[in-house]
Write a protein that binds this ligand. Structure first.
Ligand code: B3K
Ligand code: ZN
Length: 876
């Protein structure tokens, strides 16, 4: 673990690499307890680099066992090797030269899961962002692109399958039951896209013919006996391949595309060229063990990693500051895929819920940073909601501003011009500026100015002349990142709606109807010739990532909630109405008063849920209360999470009572038939479970949920019912019985056990903390498995009551486990530590409890750079 005080790396200090590496020949010998790696690099000094500049290669925890320059061993006096760096003072001034480096690794002891490690007996690698330097010394930066040839050798019994990037060019048996395989990747790539997998794996195979007639062998590799549940992932892969051809004209480029499912993995998946490595959570599914949300997650992640083949791999990033170039763009692409494959409106609502729940608090707190950060200490801490999700919003805004055809033309230009290179945000935006002829310099501010802008909307209607005047005012407060506050160029989609739901949006002679391009601090729009005052539906589809301040009457919002032709805004009107109510109820709650949710709002929710003309998934979303964390963020100061939780609960009970008949009807399980994971069937299940939740709240009777649990024919229903029992009826005999039954049924399935751990950790009671403590001692809990850690500790962190106990016990316990985790896996520890990011908005007692906890943890001697970086920024 690196604990040396991290240097700050700055975008403005970027310099082209001193040395290029044209080819890499890796020879990896896997043996019990160790791996030997020989890397033969063909290097050349970059143009204009001083001829006496030493060769400095990155390392991380490496042990050098042999070094040759130009085929001859180097004397110890000619170089300096530390675990972190290899420095060779004198290398040829001109021309190419060869360096051969031998290192010895201990994959079994690698609990950080970065570099080469072993998971359940399977050797695998994770190199993004800086894991390759844990395998061999290398200029480990994304702008060094090389051709790789990889030879892997292992015992055939232990590792019958040997995989790396590209195409298989040679394989054969060796003495002593060993064998080897050689893989060659014809596309130059940065070291972070290197991958190797070796183990006793089972293969699910298929083929795909690209638009130009190329045959591609598809393989999904899993642990023995688990390839059947990879069928849906394979189907999602083929759909992704067709979609990228049709929508973006992008074909796959190698003869093989392999995916490997691994049980210990730091994130969702990794887009290594031709050899994606996945957390098995995003590959393995069957109706008895996976929920509809799991199916949707697999589809998204499979698509996302596949789409990286063009946005990330064929065109990569010049430096890690440009991370959004591949991540924001690829998230945008996977969102569009989901919108086309499922439902555009429902997809958009889900994406915006995610953005406001995860990115807004980051953008509005101490961990704030621009979509393109300007400095970092540990790059792994910048794989954030801001880079990914806000990054995707920026691409979406570009598409909205330019329109579909001009956006596609810009993408085509980008692919054409930068294929095979390591590019920047300027390169990307430049392609669009060129093809559209538009000036995107103000738009580019979105990448460098941190924070969520506010968009204030004022309306004035002059009845005699029938004129509506709308004033849009944008502003941006300077936040933790201290970046600029100049006005942005943003697309604001809008519409005018008659009280009966008719679309009155006037045609726009100078542009697209319903699109306002806001560039100034204040923009005024006038709509004349209106017979009556229309209802303004603004920021349709959430066309810009802003906090909207629209003083709109409840009556107007109720019109939009019931009738806006724009499905997204219909949802948002309802969601905002409910959000305002939850804030009001929270205030009343803290003042010791009782208050009830407005009956008209509850009625609109219930009517929407019962409206058969709407798709079930949308009706289910209409029933979802705004997340409590979202209410906390919008309150912004002196937050009492327990009061917000109580407000949500009382609203749920009141809505449940008001809509009892509707909820009884909807909660009846959807008709039995063969299970289908498609969006429509999933939407129907979601609606019925949401209704069951309200029914249970209204009646206080656990019977219906307990029965749904027992009768469930699939995991969505079973888990949905169990969640109601654990969230609403714990502690109770019914709840304990269901939890025990669930454990009995699924104890051998790791992925289902994650659900079991997560659910218990999320039960909103103070005593849950003791339960979580006990579960950390459970024989099936381990700090070494990221999924299990995320389930139990991550589950606790989202628990409004147990985590935020006023006595601070939740924070202290959490910090204690972070410290232990940090010794094994700094990346996961740092990620979990972001749970404290909104601490300054808490009421004083909890705030000082967090402060003490952070200070105590920061005072510990041996924290990783990763964890320390998050804690320091959070505390600042
Ligand atoms: N590119 C990887 C994430 C790597 C994270 C490194 N800490 C997965 C993805 O975004 O597709
Ligand atoms: Zn990605």
């Amino acid at each position: 673990m690196r604990t040396e005080d991290g240097r700050t790396i700055r975008l403005k200090d970027y310099r082209a690499p001193d040395f290029r590496v044209s080819t890499v020949a890796l020879d990896v010998v896997l043996e019990p307890g160790q791996a030997r790696v020989v890397a033969r690099l063909r290097l050349e000094r970059g143009p204009g680099v001083a001829t006496d500049r030493a060769l400095v290669l990155d390392g991380d925890g490496l042990e050098l066992t042999r070094l040759e320059l130009g085929g001859a061993p180097l004397p110890a006096s000619a170089y300096e090797a530390t675990p972190e760096r290899l420095t060779i003072a004198t290398v040829p001034a001109t021309g190419a030269f060869e360096l051969s480096i031998e290192t010895r690794l201990k994959p079994e002891e690698n609990t950080a899961l970065s570099g080469l490690y072993r998971s359940n007996g399977i050797w695998c690698t994770q190199c993004e962002a800086e894991g390759f330097r844990r395998i061999t010394y290398f200029p480990d930066r994304p702008d060094v692109l090389s051709l790789y040839r990889v030879r892997i050798e292992a015992a055939k019994g232990e590792a019958p399958v040997l995989l790396s990037n590209g195409n298989l060019v040679e394989a054969g048996d060796l003495a002593d039951g060993r064998h080897f395989a050689v893989w060659e990747d014809p596309f130059p790539k940065p070291s972070y896209l290197f991958a190797l997998v070796a183990g006793d794996l089972e293969r699910l195979g298929d083929t795909f013919t690209t638009a130009s007639g190329r045959e591609v062998e598809l393989g999904i590799f899993t642990e023995r006996g688990r390839s059947a549940p990879a069928g849906y992932a394979m189907d999602a892969l083929k759909r992704s391949m067709i979609w990228d051809e049709r929508r973006f004209g992008r074909e796959y480029d190698l003869d093989v595309f392999n995916i490997v499912a691994i049980s210990d993995f730091n994130m969702g998946a990794m887009e290594n060229k031709g050899l994606n490595v996945f957390n098995h959570k995003y590959v393995l599914l069957d109706p008895q063990t996976a929920t509809d949300a799991d199916y949707a997650g697999v589809e998204t992640v499979i698509a996302h990693e596949y789409f990286h083949n063009w946005t990330g791999n064929r065109i990569t990033c010049r430096d890690w500051f440009q991370l959004c170039l591949k991540e924001g763009l690829t998230v945008y692409r996977d969102q569009e895929f989901t919108a086309d494959e499922r439902s555009r409106g429902v997809q958009r609502i889900g994406a915006v819920r995610r953005l406001t729940a995860l990115q807004f608090p980051e953008d509005q707190g101490p961990l704030q940073h621009p979509v393109r950060p300007q400095h970092y200490k540990e790059i792994n801490n910048f794989y954030t909601a801001t880079v990914y999700d806000k990054g995707a919003e920026l691409v979406r805004m570009l598409a909205t501003l330019l329109g579909e055809d001009a956006f596609r033309a810009g993408m085509d230009r980008y692919f054409e011009r930068f294929d095979g290179t390591a590019a920047t945000m300027e390169d990307f935006l430049g392609a669009f500026a060129e093809t559209s002829g538009r000036d995107l310099s103000q738009f580019a501010l979105w990448y460098d100015q941190a924070g969520t802008p506010e968009l204030a909307v004022r309306e004035a209607f002059d009845a005699p002349s029938g004129t509506l005047t709308v004033t849009l005012t944008q502003s941006l407060a300077r936040g933790a990142a201290g970046t600029g506050t100049a006005p942005f160029h943003m697309p604001v989609l809008f519409g005018l709606v008659s009280p009966s739901g008719e679309d009155l949006t006037p045609a726009n002679p100078s542009g697209r109807a319903g699109l306002a391009e806001v560039t100034a601090p204040e923009t005024v729009m006038r709509f004349a010739g209106l017979k009556e005052r229309p209802v303004l539906s603004v920021l349709r589809d959430f066309s810009a990532p802003v906090v909207l301040r629209h003083e709109q009457s409840e009556a107007d919002r109720l019109v939009l909630a019931a009738r806006d032709p724009n499905l997204f805004n219909r949802w948002r009107a309802l969601n905002d109405l409910v959000g305002d109510e939850l804030r009001r109820l929270t205030g009343a709650n803290r003042a010791g008063r009782t208050a009830e949710i407005d009956g008209r709002i509850a009625a609109t929710m219930i009517d929407t849920a019962g409206d058969e003309r709407l798709e079930p998934a949308f009706r289910a979303l209409a029933l979802a209360l705004p997340p409590e964390s979202e209410i906390a963020r919008s309150i912004g100061r002196d937050v009492d999470p327990a009061a917000i939780h109580a407000a949500s609960e009382s609203a749920r009970v009141a809505i449940g009572r008001a809509g009892l008949a509707t909820f009884e009807r909807l909660a009846a399980a959807p008709a039995d038939g063969p299970f289908s994971p498609d969006a429509r069937a999933a939407g129907a299940r979601a609606l019925s479970l949401a209704a069951l939740g309200y029914l249970s709240a209204a009646t206080g009777d656990n019977g219906p949920a307990a029965r749904r649990y027992e009768m469930a024919g699939n995991m969505t229903d079973r888990f949905g019912a169990l969640a109601i029992l654990v969230q609403r009826f714990a502690p109770s005999a019914a709840c304990e019985a269901a939890l025990a039954d669930f454990h009995r049924r699924f104890e051998d399935d790791e992925l289902v056990m994650d659900k079991w751990f997560a659910l218990q950790a999320a039960s909103p009671r103070e005593e849950t903390l003791d339960r979580v403590k006990a579960l950390t001692e459970h024989r099936q809990f381990s700090l070494k498995n990221p999924n299990r850690v995320r389930a139990l500790l991550g589950g606790l962190a989202t628990n409004p009551i147990a985590f935020n106990r006023p006595d601070g016990a939740g924070y202290r316990f959490y910090a204690d486990r972070l410290e232990a985790l940090d010794k094994l896996n700094p990346q996961i520890a740092a990620r979990l530590a972001t749970a404290f990011r909104s601490w300054r908005t808490l009421e004083p007692r909890r705030q000082s409890a967090v402060e003490e906890t952070l200070d105590a943890l920061l005072a510990k001697a041996a924290l990783s750079i990763d964890l320390k970086d998050i804690l320091e920024r959070t505390r600042s």
